[in-house]
Design a protein around this ligand. Structure first.
Ligand code: ATP
Ligand code: MG
Length: 549
């Protein structure tokens, strides 16, 4: 289930843990994966999942799944369900029950009161805009809020009234009293609680104040006994606040936060906010659109859990931000499917061929391997009949020099079958090609074609019309036409309008029945995956995972 890679275990976080164990700072390692349920998980999350679960497994510790649910405005149950489903699909099992940050709201409230009692927190009446204004910048110090020096008893009273719903949203907030002149802006009296009259998916209407990420995260880590709290680099500056909060409340356990770089992929979107933007603008059809790098999208596209995990173990864990090539991600599924995917022929852009010198009654049975190297995958029978389909791209009406496919007067070999020669084109009244008359050469079965052969131009794939099944092929290109997306980019201006093309074609008739796993390599076209969720009897869909080129 887990792939252990020696070099993965050499990343800097493993070194830290190794030391902590040696020095007996910890005896049992405890990590967590803490998604916010405001969207579906994406490939970036897999990087974090692999790290946290791998560590726990390797050091025989625990890894918890914690739903980090402090912002009910953007969260919902559907997202929690999808998170569980994706983790299970990846093959990871969290220890114990699922944890929710909201389980700790009572405790957090008490810790907030403790900070007020220590004169380390105060209720502020500045508006959100004013808090921002007072905060200062990287080069200028912040200014104290006029409400900063209230008495402890006044703060206690106001905070209680915040909780009782006596103030409207945005009117008050609880802030830590740290240092408005701190070099680290995060430390300039950060907000710990804000008012939100919002029903929560776990706690219902019990609360109308909710803790901020910074206040909630360190306390949740400490309550759960997390030893190494692993997060991405954008939280580097927040580490100081993380430690400040834990130091100033009466909690026994001190987790430590370590940061690593986020996974980014060329042309890919790894931000729930941006994915949501694409969904809202109907650029994709939901979170599991196969063009997205969400786990559910990648699954529908045909990526396997092992290929995704392998990829994440190979890119490793560092503090350097870098964007990974899409082809590197693809290489993992390609390598895997090359071994396990049965080969078959499929026609994406059908063009009908009529074999003149074969009668309608006749069918010629051909024995074909399911896999070119793996004989254990067995054989199947396909049929050569009077009417067959080839791909439109394998025929040229215009005469071209050195054309390696079918052309009037040209010969090509049909894969696993005979050599044919094109004799005549038949068109409808509008000039569209209806079919091509061809002749087949009986004695060419098993004939090996080499490059020097002047007679037979190439090998093309085909399907018998009588032994075919109509399907839709969904061929994908990247969603964006910009390689490296920055945080500040408006992704809507980089949408590739041709990211999806749908073709109505054919596959071999019994293909789906004969194979349990629904990954195939369609010869010359690429790796495809049967889209179980969106297919039905009358409409069978295949998603192209990647082409062979
Ligand atoms: P998004 O920007 O997509 O909303 P997030 O970081 O806000 O991502 P969370 O649900 O808070 O999403 O993330 C859960 C965990 O996954 C966090 O520990 C976070 O650091 C990690 N994570 C999120 N995105 C990536 C990424 N691209 N690469 C590695 N880890 C990530
Ligand atoms: Mg987020």
């Amino acid at each position: 289930m887990y792939e252990y890679h020696d070099f993965y275990k050499k990343n800097f976080i493993f070194k830290i843990i190794q030391n902590d164990l040696k020095n007996k700072t910890h005896n049992v390692i405890c990590t967590r994966f803490p998604p916010e349920p405001n969207g579906y998980l994406h490939i970036g999350h897999i990087k974090s999942i692999c790290l946290n679960f791998f560590i726990a497994k390797f050091y025989k510790g625990n890894c918890f799944l914690r739903i980090d649910d402090t912002n009910p405005t953007t969260e919902n149950i559907e997202y929690i369900k999808s998170i569980k489903k994706d983790l299970i699909w990846l093959g990871f099992k969290w220890d114990g029950k699922i944890k929710y940050s909201s389980n700790y709201f009572d405790l957090m409230y008490n810790y907030a009161i403790e900070l007020i009692n220590k004169n380390l927190a105060y209720v502020d009446e500045l508006s959100i805009e004013d808090i921002k204004k007072y905060r200062g910048t990287l080069s200028t110090a912040g200014k104290n809020s006029p409400y900063r020096n209230r008495s402890i008893s006044e703060n206690l009273k106001l905070f209680q009234n915040m909780r009782l719903g006596k103030f409207s949203e945005g009117k008050m907030s609880l802030r830590a009293k740290i240092d408005m002149k701190s070099k680290n802006i995060v430390m300039r009296d950060p907000v710990l609680y804000r008012i939100k009259f919002q029903k929560h998916h776990q706690t219902g209407i019990k609360w109308c104040i909710y803790p901020t990420y910074d206040f909630c995260h360190c306390i949740s880590d400490a309550i759960e006994g997390i030893t190494h709290s692993l997060c991405t680099l954008e939280f580097q500056d927040n580490r100081m606040l993380y430690n400040w909060i834990l130091k100033n409340i009466s909690i026994k356990h001190y987790p430590k936060q370590y940061e690593f770089s986020k996974l980014q992929i060329e042309y890919g979107i790894t931000s729930k906010r941006n994915i949501n933007l694409l969904i809202k603008n109907k650029i994709v059809n939901g979170w599991d659109d196969p063009r997205l790098l969400t786990i559910s999208g990648l699954r529908r596209r045909g990526y396997t859990a092992s290929s995704l995990k392998n990829f994440c173990y190979h890119i490793g864990i560092t503090k350097q931000n870098n964007t990974i090539q899409l082809s590197y991600l693809e290489s993992f599924i390609k390598k895997e499917l090359n071994k396990i995917a049965p080969r078959a022929m499929a026609i994406i852009r059908p063009l009908k061929i009529i074999i003149d010198n074969l009668s309608y009654k006749k069918k010629i049975e051909l024995k074909v391997p399911n896999h070119p190297y793996d004989k254990n995958m067995g054989y199947k029978f396909i049929y050569f009949t009077k009417e067959i389909y080839i791909d439109n791209l394998d025929f040229s009406e215009k005469e071209q020099k050195n054309y390696k496919r079918l052309m009037l007067g040209n010969k090509v070999k049909l894969r696993y079958a005979f050599v044919i020669k094109a004799k005549k084109i038949v068109k409808d009244n509008n000039g569209n090609i209806l079919y091509i008359h061809c002749k087949y050469y009986k004695n060419t079965l098993g004939l090996k074609i080499n490059k020097k052969d002047k007679e037979v131009k190439g090998i093309i794939h085909w399907i018998s019309c009588s032994y075919s099944q109509s399907v839709l092929f969904y061929l994908y290109k990247t969603l964006l036409n910009k390689k490296n997306i920055n945080n500040t980019d408006n992704i809507l201006s980089y949408i590739n309008k041709k990211s999806l093309s749908i073709y109505n074609g054919f596959i071999e008739k019994n293909l789906l029945k004969e194979h349990q796993k629904k990954h195939f390599q369609f010869e010359r076209e690429g790796y495809f995956y049967f889209d179980k969720k969106y297919s039905h009897k009358k409409k069978i869909i295949f998603n192209r995972i990647l082409s062979l080129r």
